[in-house]
Write a protein that binds this ligand. Structure first.
Ligand code: ZN
Length: 183
């Protein structure tokens, strides 16, 4: 069995390779290039660490949370490399991409109350970083899409059982800064 830091570093290395061709959605501003995708899972794990979470399985799952949804990584790949506990957390927060966007949104809201404690932490930290990104590096989305994203994130977070107080506070602080749109 690998030591804890070694397992976490292995997860970072693997996720970086799997996401290598992806970039975050933000529009380039000035001379900045769009952020490499891996910065998002690293930020999600960092938020959890800042909130006091030290469980390496949870931090590793945060690093890997978008690999099955957004890359060609399969659940079996994760099981072989990282074991059952981490894989199960990742799968709990993975959307079924064969469904429509609207169905996936609805299922996320419906599943939120049933998430395990570990998956709920990853889900909440993911939403914190996603809405922070929408505010700080706005993508080229329509006003309706931005508004719907904030609404859905709010509904998912409100459905979580016992949301972590620090993460919830950060979510609320970003949510309060959401853009308001002229009618
Ligand atoms: Zn994510």
């Amino acid at each position: 069995m690998l030591s804890d830091p070694h397992r976490l570093l292995k997860a970072i290395s693997y996720a970086a390779e799997q996401h290598v061709r992806q970039r975050r959605k933000g529009v380039p501003s000035g001379t900045h290039k769009r952020t490499p995708y891996i910065n998002h899972p690293i930020r999600v794990a960092t938020l959890l660490a800042r909130a006091g979470i030290e469980d390496i399985d949870i931090l590793s799952a945060a690093i890997l949370h978008d690999t099955v949804e957004d890359t060609d990584t399969t659940p079996d790949d994760l099981r072989r490399k990282f074991g059952e506990t981490i894989t199960n957390i990742v799968l709990e927060v993975t959307d079924d991409k064969s469904l429509s966007k609207a169905e996936r949104r609805l299922l996320q809201i419906q599943h939120a109350p049933q998430l395990s404690d570990a998956a709920a932490l990853v889900k909440l930290a993911d939403k914190v970083d996603n809405i922070r990104d929408l505010i700080e590096e706005p993508p080229d989305w329509t006003a309706t899409r931005v508004k719907e994203y904030f609404q859905q994130a709010r509904q998912v977070v409100d459905g979580l059982q016992n949301p972590h107080p620090n993460l919830l506070q950060w979510f609320n602080a970003h949510y309060a800064q959401r853009p308001t749109f002229d009618k």
